[in-house]
Unconditional design. Structure first.
Length: 513
């Protein structure tokens, strides 16, 4: 019988204790990317990265690409994602896509070198995947935008056929605060995400991912992706209240009003089931607007409204917006008013506007099928929702080829309702214009844009032109007066005099009748 020494058994134990390579290498990730950088100033780079997570028996990693490029990865950082592991990373970004051929598709030879001099080899297959090339475009929040939590992220839809997944994550202070969210390629946004205040970075990628386990039992994550990132800042809501019906956001100053009317905050303050209340008069004297203050139209090239409609609930609490001036300086622009467009769920009530000046334009050159510029009104440009107990005093002015110009509302749409409202002032437009009225320029429901005295028996105060200009093609000024209260008669000029200089008194008088 042969007897082996103690030293021999110790040597044999040391030589065999490493076991399989999969006992020491937990995970391999290989990625080829079209990286568009930061969305604020995109710059396309072409990248390759290789990541290995291994235990502390590993000293360094050697990689040989299908194109015979040799890469040695010696530096690692500790990570405890799945226990005590060390992460080895290599990445290379290039301005020329031809440099990706140094890596390419095929078989990657990976050699794991252990402390003590031993090593293991394994093969990583990286082939059969199309490269996504479409640039992901963020829609909300936009780069450098301030937002209020919770945040619902949106991006333009993926139309590239190569990806089979969309990934999205958020970092704050160099730490991932939202684990990567994987979604189908048909998704164009996330659910609402609660975030702490501060600067953050969002990243999105359109990826083709095909993970597998190689012949040595190592889990391999294989990607090809196109990606972009952008900075945004989460700010705390400046308004008191929670936005519920019983605890509305309170607008208690000009600063609060500016916060409420900022389109960057539309997802917080303008959405359905959100309530806001004005607690004081807001004086806008000296502030120049060139589009609607709330829910403006953002595309001047089409008659269709492009932007975020006001879909919430705004209670003026019988307070006023004073000295609003909107002047497009001759530029063609639609939906000019305090509220550019009110959605079907939107409600505006108990609000007065005094000394309003709206100066729009409609100066497009004449063509056989002319595009009109319009939707001009004191309170709203287009209304698909509900306006109740509101009043306007001021002047509304359109240019040539203007339509739907009204004292209160430019265009009351098929779902829009207006009740118990009051207007005084003037509406003016140029030649070849149409749809002009004291209350509404255009109406698709039960309120007509103009009423003669003997027709003014609606469910709200109507305004009356001093002459019949009910046909399109109007290009004369229209002076607006209060339409008759029940049982009241016009004077010799056909004009009905308000019972009081206070619009609230007129509404109360109407209700008493």
């Amino acid at each position: 019988m042969r007897i082996f020494s103690t030293a021999f058994w110790l040597f044999l134990l040391a030589a065999t204790s490493f076991g399989a390579i999969s006992d020491h290498v937990l995970y391999v990730e290989i990625v080829q990317t079209w990286d568009y950088g930061n969305a604020a100033s995109p710059q396309l780079l072409y990248g390759f990265s290789f990541t290995i997570e291994a235990d502390d028996s590993v000293e360094y990693i050697e990689l040989v690409t299908p194109a015979s490029k040799q890469v040695v990865i010696t530096e690692s950082e500790y990570c405890d994602d799945y226990g005590d592991w060390w992460k080895y990373e290599y990445d290379h970004f290039m301005p020329d896509p031809a440099h990706l051929s140094e890596y390419g598709d095929g078989i990657y030879q990976m050699t794991v070198h252990y402390h003590g001099g031993s090593s293991d080899q394994t093969q990583i297959e990286y082939s059969g995947m199309q490269q996504p090339t479409q640039e992901p475009i963020p829609v909300y929040p936009m780069p450098e935008q301030n937002v209020v939590s919770p945040v619902t992220f949106q991006w333009e839809s993926c139309t590239d056929p190569a990806p089979n997944n969309i990934w999205f994550d958020i970092e704050m202070n160099d730490e991932e605060v939202i684990d990567t969210i994987d979604q189908s390629t048909g998704a164009n946004g996330t659910d609402a995400i609660e975030l702490n205040a501060g600067s953050s970075i969002a990243s999105i990628g359109f990826e083709n991912t095909q993970p597998y386990t190689n012949s040595d039992g190592i889990w391999v994550s294989r990607w090809k992706t196109s990606s972009i990132e952008w900075n945004f800042t989460v700010v705390p809501p400046a308004l008191s209240g929670s936005g519920s019906e019983s605890d509305p956001y309170l607008i208690q100053s000009l600063s609060d009003f500016e916060q409420f009317s900022n389109p960057d905050n539309s997802a917080v303050f303008w959405t359905s089931d959100v309530y806001a209340k004005l607690t004081m008069d807001i004086d806008l004297a000296g502030i120049a607007f060139d589009k609607a203050v709330i829910a403006p139209d953002l595309d001047d090239t089409t008659e269709d409204f492009v932007g975020t409609q006001f879909a919430g609930n705004f209670d003026g609490d019988n307070n006023r917006i004073l000295n609003l001036t909107i002047d497009t300086q001759g530029n063609d622009r639609n939906a000019l008013a305090l509220f550019g467009s009110v959605a079907a769920s939107g409600v505006v009530a108990n609000l007065g506007l005094e000394n309003v000046t709206i100066i729009g334009s409609g100066n497009r050159a004449y063509y056989p099928e002319v595009e009109f510029t319009g939707g001009f009104g004191g309170l709203c440009g287009n209304n698909a929702g509900h306006i109740h107990k509101c009043w306007v005093n001021g002047s509304i002015t359109g240019g040539v080829y203007s339509e739907d110009v009204g004292g209160l509302c430019g265009w009351n749409q098929s779902t829009g309702t207006i009740s118990r409202c009051y207007v005084t002032g003037s509406a003016t437009c140029g030649i070849n214009s149409g749809g002009i009225g004291g209350l509404c320029g255009g109406n698709d429901l039960s309120i007509l844009g103009m009423r003669l005295p003997d027709e003014a028996t609606q469910t709200c105060f109507m305004v009356t032109p001093n002459e019949d200009t009910s046909r399109r093609g109007v290009h004369r000024p229209i002076n607006m007066h209060l339409a008759p209260l029940p049982n009241l008669q016009p004077d010799s000029r056909g004009i009905f005099t308000p019972v009081s200089d206070n619009p609230l008194d007129n509404i109360k008088e109407w209700e008493a009748k």
